[in-house]
Design a protein around this ligand. Structure first.
Ligand SMILES: [Zn+2]
Ligand SMILES: [Zn+2]
Length: 260
């Protein structure tokens, strides 16, 4: 009720703007991004870290983008078999599973794939790296502008690379690189360390790993993100309490606004 139940979506706006121009993932939370656009249509880029349901299902309900005057550049990870972006997306958005296909969204949509490397989009610099997750290519993103850095790693299963020093997963090179000195590290914190029996099954991290990565990479703020769906407000309060002594750890709440 207080933390919110929508799935992954982070909207970025430049300093002097209110409307977001870069949106990371289109989970059901993207429905709330329409309000940030005011009465205007969305004009910008949506980058998907991967294609799992909880990161794409909000897309057709992003009303500021599904209108005749919108301009949307949608980017998703290049697939091993080279399938075109719109076709990849149609795998989760087409009849009989959903009434319309990506190409039926209103406005000017361009679908493309992205590979690890550095790209410039909407005035942001975006560094893209592969992350270990589960079943499906998954990216971690490091977005920067004018010295501010937001690192976004919503789905990450570092235990696939080994137990690491504390048993929560490897602090591997790409994770450390993406998070290095970030103003804010928004990181998968789906499981607690004592619940990690199921972490491997769906490919997620434990909260202790997220905090450990932020500390090692000297991130200014760690945002515990992608909560386990069964969490109650009380259990998330308890999570916040558990890390209250750590400097710069917050539990993500729907509509949380960060000025970086
Ligand atoms: Zn996922
Ligand atoms: Zn996810």
């Amino acid at each position: 009720m207080r933390y919110g139940g929508h799935t992954s979506c982070v909207a970025l706006a430049h300093n002097d703007e209110v409307a977001p121009s870069l949106i990371l993932d289109s989970g059901t939370g993207i429905r709330r991004a329409s309000a940030l656009c005011g009465t205007a249509a969305f004009a910008g880029t949506i980058m998907l870290t991967h294609l799992h349901w909880d990161h794409v299902q909000g897309l057709p309900f992003f009303s500021a983008a599904d209108r005749d005057d919108s301009r949307v550049n949608l980017m998703l990870p290049e697939q091993p078999d080279g399938t075109a972006a719109a076709e990849v997306l149609a795998g989760v958005m087409a009849p009989p599973y959903f009434p319309i296909r990506p190409c039926e969204l209103r406005g000017k949509w361009v679908f493309s794939t992205v590979s690890p490397g550095t790209i410039e989009v909407e005035g942001f610099r975006v560094e893209v790296r592969d992350l270990p997750h589960k079943a499906g290519r998954t990216f971690g993103l490091r977005v920067s502008e004018a010295g501010a850095v937001l690192t976004y790693m919503p789905d990450h299963c570092p235990s696939l690379l080994g137990p690491g020093p504390e048993g929560w997963g490897e602090y591997h090179r790409d994770a450390l690189w993406l998070a290095e000195g970030a103003s804010a590290l928004v990181h998968d914190a789906q499981m607690a360390a004592n619940e990690d029996v199921t972490a491997g099954r769906l490919g997620h991290s434990v909260t202790e790993y997220a905090v450990g990565l932020g500390r090692r990479a000297r991130a200014g703020l760690v945002v515990l993100f992608h909560h386990q769906p069964d969490r109650s407000d009380e259990s998330l309060d308890a999570l916040a309490e558990r890390f209250a002594t750590e400097p710069g750890v917050v539990v993500a709440t729907e509509s949380l606004v960060l000025a970086l």
